[in-house]
Design a protein around this ligand. Structure first.
Ligand code: PEP
Length: 256
């Protein structure tokens, strides 16, 4: 059975005090490792260390929201894999739609980041998802295939074992419009079949595929109960314990 992953992407939010306080509330909720549910938070870079200290000893995992693909050197403003590891990160988000759309990240850049992160021992959450216009013109699966081919390019099955896929339809991110459970399940099933074709059936069955896009307390259980939905990547609702913890609880309920 795949273990649910409930991941919070704080984006460019919180300050040190509010971030550490939120981390403390989550650490109190996810005290011990659980067989069925894993909890991850991805704060902004400057707060990785204090947030990491606050969740130390709890079951909450630490991740970053991005990484650069080069080794340490003359790359002003960038952050290397080694630095994230040094700050206690186990995970890194790569290819979030905001980085694709606002920062112009291509599939080729995303692939270099994925490879660097895997080589450095991080677990990657690779984000894919279609724009509204692409869905409306029936291109969803084609777009997902292109992003998966780009992201997984040159990566062996053994390496890909440290990749979690996050399906995030762009039209559902931060909009309050959530994909229906049927839309999410159909995309997740398509992604799992892609993984089976690219690697193997056994591999596809082990890989976690998260849903992201306006996940909230009141829709989490229905989304997470879809057979191919293995967790959630949560933006807005991850910024308060009062809205994030119920999503963790929904996963716990389904896992037990
Ligand atoms: C995200 O940014 O990954 C996300 C899913 O945001 P939100 O939950 O706010 O839609």
């Amino acid at each position: 059975m795949r273990r649910f992953l409930i991941a919070g992407n704080w984006k460019m939010n919180t300050l040190r005090q509010s971030g550490v306080a939120l981390a403390g509330e989550l650490a109190a909720v996810a005290v011990h490792e659980e067989a069925g549910v894993e909890v991850l938070i991805c704060p902004p870079y400057p707060y990785l260390l204090p947030v990491g200290e606050r969740i130390g000893g709890s079951a909450v995992q630490l991740g970053a929201q991005d990484v650069y693909f080069e080794s340490p050197g003359a790359f002003t403003g960038e952050i290397a894999v080694e630095m994230l590891k040094d700050c206690g990160c186990r995970y890194v988000l790569i290819g979030h739609s905001e980085r694709r759309a606002i920062l112009g990240e291509t599939d080729a850049v995303i692939n270099r980041k994925v490879r660097a992160a895997l080589a450095g021992g991080l677990t990657v959450v690779l984000c894919v998802g279609e724009l509204l216009a692409e869905r409306q013109s029936g291109q969803t699966e084609e777009v997902l295939d292109r992003q998966m081919e780009g992201g997984f390019s040159g990566i062996s099955e053994a390496e890909a074992a440290s990749i979690v896929v996050a399906y995030e339809p762009v039209w559902a991110i931060g909009t309050g419009v959530t994909a229906t459970p049927e839309q999410a399940e159909s995309a997740h099933e398509h992604l799992r079949k892609w993984l089976a074709r690219r690697y193997s059936l056994a591999f596809s069955e082990k890989t976690r595929i998260l849903y992201g896009g306006s996940v909230k307390a009141d829709n989490a259980e229905t989304l997470l109960s879809q057979p191919n939905v293995d967790g959630a990547l949560v933006g807005g609702a991850s910024l308060k314990a009062a809205t994030f913890v119920p999503i963790i609880e929904a996963a716990r309920k389904l896992a037990n």
